[in-house]
Design a protein around this ligand. Structure first.
Ligand code: HEC
Ligand code: HEC
Length: 355
């Protein structure tokens, strides 16, 4: 297991190197052409600048269409069934809601809960432990992992070359017209960076678009700002750091989190602070899906936090107790606020739907 992960990491670095060198030689101006116009990547007024360098892989009509087709195609897996969309369902903000941990080819079980896919262009690192340092590199993990799509790029490329529609799409989407690993990854990113969720009730209020919070939601926001926003910060609801939020060690997986990437003892059991957008729909919760409901999450922060060497100091109070003190009413108010982060426009946006 560890060895496979290390090999994966090395592979990622090699790919990253090839990418950087490839990008610098291709660093030219992209111009919109009529058959394949550039898509408009609009940063919402209340969002920060994207982390993804759009100019190096600007989404085009054909590139996006190709990325979407790849995202929903079982050809990217060894059994022809498991597509990205199999584990990332739009109705649930692109999570796999019925599954505590993901399941891939031949029902193989992973160890982690599928993450939502939204606002990826604004994230610096990917997966629960940050193993993927660039969005373009992230799909290498699910495509090649035995417990996910269990496939090789050589075999994916052969299958795509045998499909006339793909030959046409790659030719239309990319100047070099090639069906290559690079272009597969770029097309997937052109699709996924467009998946922006910025139209929740919360966003509309932030942008003064004529809606207001109910009393409970407003009280929830105040509590959230005081007790949660130090980690789930800003408009993305994450400071993108890795922290230990006091979950007990799961004896089945003993998932060490960020430590797997850095090897540092100080990173043991730390996971990326997740964005809480669309959180109403991304159950079950936490990296291993151990908590079923938002009530369970609030109970965890209130009374369930387990102390350890790397537990975030925020949870250690001046008194001897650990955790975040919350009354029953306060928990409900926080949940009411969290539900204002649900973005129905995004969840129903047909640009991202399979059919
Ligand atoms: C078998 C289920 C499964 C499949 C298939 C799958 N994923 Fe995932 N995805 C997951 C899981 C589980 C995670 C969390 C992985 C981790 O932390 O190690 C994840 C994480 C991600 C992330 C990181 C999100 C973030 O916020 O850091 C992205 C991006 C992503 N997947 C895109 C894709 C793409 C693109 C494909 C198809 C090439 C794909 N996934 C296929 C289950 C799956
Ligand atoms: C010290 C930083 C920190 C604080 C404070 C904090 N969280 Fe978290 N939160 C995290 C981390 C880290 C995770 C992911 C842990 C994991 O999966 O192992 C997380 C996970 C969650 C999840 C699950 C998300 C998902 O996609 O599964 C929810 C919901 C959540 N937190 C809500 C809250 C609320 C509400 C508060 C305030 C009462 C709060 N958090 C306070 C760091 C924090």
């Amino acid at each position: 297991m560890y060895q496979t992960k290390n090999i994966l990491r090395i592979l990622l670095y090699i790919y990253l190197f090839i990418f950087i060198t490839a990008c610098s030689s291709e660093n030219k101006e992209y111009v919109s052409i009529p058959e394949n116009p550039l898509l408009e990547f609009t940063v919402p007024a209340n969002f920060p600048e994207p982390s993804y360098n759009i100019s190096l892989n600007p989404p085009t009509k054909k590139g996006f269409e190709l990325g979407k087709k790849l995202f929903y195609d079982g050809k990217l897996s060894s059994d022809g069934v498991i597509s990205c969309g199999f584990c990332h369902l739009q109705d649930f903000a692109f999570t796999h809601h019925t599954h505590i941990v993901s399941h891939g080819v031949d029902g193989a079980l992973g160890t982690r809960n599928a993450q939502p896919l939204h606002n990826l262009a604004f994230m610096n690192e990917f997966t629960w432990d940050g193993a993927a340092s660039h969005l373009d590199l992230q799909p290498i993990i699910p495509i090649t992992a035995a417990v996910e799509m269990n496939e090789t790029f050589a075999s994916v490329i052969t299958k795509l070359e045998e499909t006339p529609e793909y030959v046409e799409l790659f030719a239309a989407a990319f100047d070099n017209q090639q069906i290559s690993t690079d272009n597969i990854l770029k097309a997937l990113s052109q699709f996924t960076i467009m998946m922006i969720s910025a139209n929740s009730k919360y966003d509309k209020i932030e942008r003064n678009e004529g809606t207001v919070f109910t009393d409970d939601e407003a009280a929830g926001l105040e509590l959230f700002t005081a007790k949660c926003a130090s980690c789930h910060s800003g408009t993305l609801f994450t400071d993108q750091s890795y922290r230990n939020n006091g979950l007990s060690i799961d004896p089945q997986y003993n998932d060490v989190g960020r430590n797997r990437v850095t090897g540092l003892a100080s990173d043991l059991y730390k996971f990326k602070v997740p964005s809480l957008r669309n959180i109403e729909l991304t159950f079950p919760y936490m990296h291993d899906g151990r908590l079923k409901t938002l009530e369970d999450v609030l109970n965890h922060y209130n009374t369930g936090i387990v102390d350890s060497e790397t537990l975030d100091p925020i949870f250690k109070n001046a008194t001897s107790t650990i955790g975040i003190s919350l009354s029953e009413i306060e928990k409900q108010q926080i949940i009411a606020f969290l539900k204002t982060l649900t973005d129905d426009t995004f969840l129903n946006d047909s640009r991202f739907s399979e059919f």
